[in-house]
Design a protein around this ligand. Structure first.
Ligand SMILES: [Zn+2]
Length: 237
C-alpha cells in the first residue's frame, strides 16, 4: 500500500482531489485498515475511487467503511506497542439506519439529521444531504463540491500553470488516463486561483468539481423515498 500524502493508497499515483472521483480521509478518521500491513487506520489516506473499486481486497475496505459509517460510537480492539490488544472508543458517522439495499450498494440514514450515505458494493461511499437527495430524486445529476483545494504538487509547474486547462494539468501530473472518464462525460469545472512555494514544494489553489457518477438505482430510490419523507426537526436531534 502507498502512504505518501497525495499518493493514491491503492495505485501510488498522484491524487488530484475531486469529489466523487478522487478523495481523502481525514487523519483523525478511525477506519481500521486490516488490509494494510503498515498502518492500523485508513485515516489521512488519498485514493482514486476507481482504484478502490478495482482493489482486490475492496470487500475488506467496504466492510471497515461500513463499520465506521454505521455506528455512533463503538469500541475497537487495537494491537499496542506492547504486543497486547487494547480496547479503544471510536466515534463513527452515526448513519445507523439502513433504508435501502440496491443492486449497486446500500443506503444508510442518520436518525438525527436529513442525511444519507450511499455505500457502493465495490467500496466507495458518498454522503448526501437533503438538497442532494432531492436533486437525485428529480432525476438530475449531482455535481460534487466545488470548494477551493490547496494541494501540494509533485513538481513545480512554473507560471505556465496559470494558463492550463484541466487536461493540460492532468498531463503534467501524468494522471490523465485516470481522469479520462471524468473529462469525457462528467462536465468538470476547473479553476486555478493561485500557486506558490511552501517548504514542501509547489502548492496550487484550485477548485474542481464534476458530476458524481452515481448509479440509476440510487436516483430511483430517492425519487420514491422522498415522496413520503418528513424532514427531521432540529429540536428532535
Ligand atoms: Zn489510484
Amino acid at each position: 500500500m502507498f502512504h505518501e500524502r497525495y499518493s493514491c493508497h491503492f495505485c501510488g499515483r498522484f491524487v488530484l482531489e475531486v469529489e466523487g472521483w478522487a478523495e481523502s480521509t481525514q487523519p483523525y478518521h478511525q477506519i481500521l485498515a486490516p488490509w494494510d500491513d503498515e498502518a492500523t487506520f485508513f485515516g489521512g489516506a488519498s485514493y482514486h475511487l476507481a482504484c478502490l473499486r478495482s482493489f482486490d481486497r475492496h470487500a475488506e475496505v467496504r466492510r471497515e467503511f461500513l463499520a465506521w459509517i454505521t455506528v455512533t460510537r463503538d469500541t475497537i480492539s487495537l494491537m499496542g506497542t506492547d504486543g497486547l490488544q487494547h480496547e479503544s472508543t471510536r466515534t463513527g458517522l452515526g448513519f445507523t439506519e439502513r433504508v435501502a439495499v440496491l443492486a449497486s450498494g446500500e443506503i444508510y440514514e442518520s436518525p438525527r439529521f436529513d442525511r444519507w450515505v450511499f455505500v457502493e458494493s465495490a467500496g466507495p461511499f458518498h454522503i448526501l444531504d437533503l438538497e442532494r437527495a432531492e436533486t437525485l430524486g428529480r432525476g438530475e445529476r449531482l455535481r460534487g463540491n466545488d470548494g477551493v483545494h490547496s494541494q501540494l504538487l509533485p513538481a513545480d509547474p512554473g507560471k505556465r500553470i496559470e494558463k492550463w486547462d484541466l487536461p493540460a494539468l492532468l498531463d503534467f501530473l501524468q494522471i490523465r488516463d485516470l481522469y479520462q472518464g471524468l473529462l469525457d462525460d462528467y462536465a468538470p469545472n476547473y479553476r486555478f486561483f493561485e500557486g506558490g512555494h511552501s517548504r514542501a514544494g509547489y502548492v496550487a489553489d484550485y477548485s474542481l468539481s464534476a458530476y458524481i457518477p452515481l448509479p440509476d438505482d440510487v436516483t430511483t430510490f430517492f425519487a420514491g423515498y422522498l415522496r413520503d419523507y418528513v424532514p427531521k426537526r432540529l429540536e428532535d436531534a
